[in-house]
Design a binder for this molecule. Structure first.
Ligand code: SF4
Length: 399
C-alpha cells in the first residue's frame, strides 16, 4: 500500500509540487499523474509549479514537452510557469494552464544576464546556492504568497531519500501557511537512482538533471560527466559557461567556475572543440571594455588578522572594438598588461597589500556589458587606505 492518508489538518488543502524539472520532482509528478494510489488527494487540488532561471539546456524543454506535458494535459492538471521579472525582483507568470503545450524556458529575466552584468559566476565557495534563492526561491515565494495569501497549503519538495539534510534545512523555512512534505523521503524511500530508473523504465530514455548549463553546484564528482555530455550535445550551452567565466576571471582571476578547475580547462581536457569554437566566435562578436577593478578586503570583525568581507568597485574606463580596447589598455598601463593562459589580458596596478584591510587594483580587458558598481562607502574607504598603503611608484601613474 503506497498511499498514506494526509494528516487530518492537511486533508482538502491545495497541494503545490515544486517542479524543478529534474529527476526527483519529475518522478513524483509522473507517479502522481499515472498511479492514483500513490497520492492522497485528487489531481484537481494539485498545482505543478516551476520557476525558470532562463538558462536550462534545451534537453530539459524537450523531455518535459515530450513526456510530461501530455500527462498534465490528459489529466487536466494545473501547471504554472513563472520567472523573475527583473534584477530588482517580482515575478512574471509565463503560463498558467491545465492544457500546457510548451515549456517556456525563458522569461523576461535570465540568471546569466545578471551574472554577465555583474561580471560574476555562481559562487560555490559560499556553499549556499544564493543564485538559486535569487532565481527560484524568492520568485516561488512571491507567487505562493499571492496565490494563498497566508492560507494553508501542502508544499511538496522532491528531495531524494539521501537528501535528508536538505529536507531538514527546508523544514526550517516555514512561511505562513506552508506545510512542507517530502514524499520521496518520508513515504516512498526513493533515492536518486530509483527515481532515474523509474523515469527510464516509463519514458524509455534517461531523464537529464535539471540545472543551468553552467551550474557549478551540479558539476561535482558525479555531475561532471553529465555536464561534459551536455556541452558536447549543446555546444552553445558550454560556450555560455566559458563566456561567463571569462569576464568573471578578467575582473577576478580567482573566479574559476568550478573552484579549482576552470570551464575552459574542462572544455580543453575533454576535447570539446565545438564548445571552444563557439566561445571564440562569441568573443569575436563582442564589443570590449577596459575595466578598472578595485577591491577592499576588510578584516574580520572578531579577528583583525583574518580576512573578512570584500568590497569591489568596477568602472568602465573605455569601450569599443577589441583592438581599440586593447590599445586603450596598453596606453593606460604603459604596455604593462599581460595575457594569461585563458586569453585574458589584465594588468595588476596595485597588487594586494599586506594585512587587513587590504586593497588591490587592476585594469582588465573583457567583453562590454558589466555594469559600473560600487557601494556608497567605497570611495571614502579607498581614499583613506590608498593613501596609507605603501604603494609602488607605478600605482600613482595608472591610478
Ligand atoms: S541550477 Fe545551479 S547555477 Fe542555476 S540557479 Fe540553480 S544552483 Fe544556481
Amino acid at each position: 500500500m503506497i498511499r498514506t492518508d494526509p494528516a487530518p489538518a492537511a486533508a482538502g488543502l491545495p497541494v503545490v509540487l515544486s517542479f524543478g524539472m529534474g529527476v526527483d520532482s519529475t518522478a513524483i509528478a509522473l507517479r502522481w499523474l499515472t498511479e492514483p494510489a500513490s497520492r492522497n488527494f485528487p489531481l484537481g487540488q494539485l498545482t505543478v509549479l516551476t520557476a525558470m532561471t532562463g538558462d536550462e539546456p534545451d534537453v530539459t524543454r524537450r523531455l518535459t514537452e515530450q513526456h510530461l506535458l501530455p500527462l498534465l494535459r490528459d489529466t487536466g492538471t494545473r501547471f504554472v510557469q513563472i520567472s523573475r521579472t527583473s534584477q530588482r525582483g517580482g515575478y512574471t507568470v509565463l503560463d498558467d494552464s491545465r492544457t500546457p503545450r510548451r515549456l517556456i524556458a525563458r522569461g523576461p529575466w535570465r540568471l546569466s544576464d545578471e551574472l554577465r552584468a555583474s561580471g560574476t559566476v555562481p559562487q560555490i565557495a559560499a556553499k549556499r546556492r544564493l543564485c538559486s534563492l535569487h532565481a527560484k526561491g524568492t520568485v516561488l515565494d512571491g507567487w505562493l504568497g499571492d496565490e494563498f495569501g497566508g492560507r494553508p497549503f501542502r508544499h511538496i519538495l522532491g528531495f531524494a531519500a539521501e537528501e535528508l539534510r536538505r529536507a531538514e534545512r527546508d523544514e526550517g523555512f516555514t512561511a505562513i501557511g506552508r506545510r512542507p512534505e517530502y514524499p520521496l523521503i518520508d513515504e516512498w524511500g526513493w533515492d536518486r537512482h530509483r527515481c532515474e530508473q523509474y523515469l527510464l523504465d516509463t519514458f524509455g530514455e534517461p531523464w537529464s538533471r535539471s540545472a543551468c548549463g553552467y551550474c557549478p553546484f551540479s558539476a561535482g564528482r558525479h555531475g561532471r560527466a553529465e555536464l561534459i555530455e551536455r556541452w558536447r550535445a549543446e555546444p552553445a550551452v558550454g560556450a555560455q559557461a566559458l563566456a561567463l567565466e571569462y569576464t568573471a576571471m578578467a575582473l577576478n582571476p580567482r573566479s574559476k567556475l568550478y573552484g579549482t578547475v576552470s570551464a575552459q580547462e574542462v572544455a580543453r581536457r575533454h576535447g570539446l572543440v565545438d564548445v571552444l569554437g563557439e566561445f571564440e566566435e562569441h568573443l569575436r562578436r563582442q564589443r570590449w571594455s577596459v575595466y578598472e577593478v578595485r577591491r577592499i578586503i576588510h578584516a574580520r570583525r572578531d579577528d583583525p588578522a583574518a580576512k573578512g568581507a570584500a568590497w569591489r568597485s568596477v568602472r568602465t574606463r573605455f569601450a569599443g572594438s577589441r583592438a581599440d580596447a586593447a590599445a586603450a589598455l596598453a596606453a593606460l598601463t604603459g604596455g604593462g598588461a599581460v595575457t594569461d593562459q585563458y586569453g585574458i589580458t589584465r594588468s595588476e596596478i596595485i597588487p594586494r597589500t599586506s594585512g587587513y584591510p587590504a586593497i588591490e587594483m587592476a585594469l582588465a580587458l573583457a567583453p562590454a556589458g558589466v555594469t559600473d558598481k560600487e557601494r556608497p562607502a567605497f570611495g571614502a574607504w579607498w581614499e583613506r587606505l590608498h593613501h596609507q598603503a605603501d604603494l609602488m611608484p607605478s600605482v600613482a601613474l595608472a591610478a
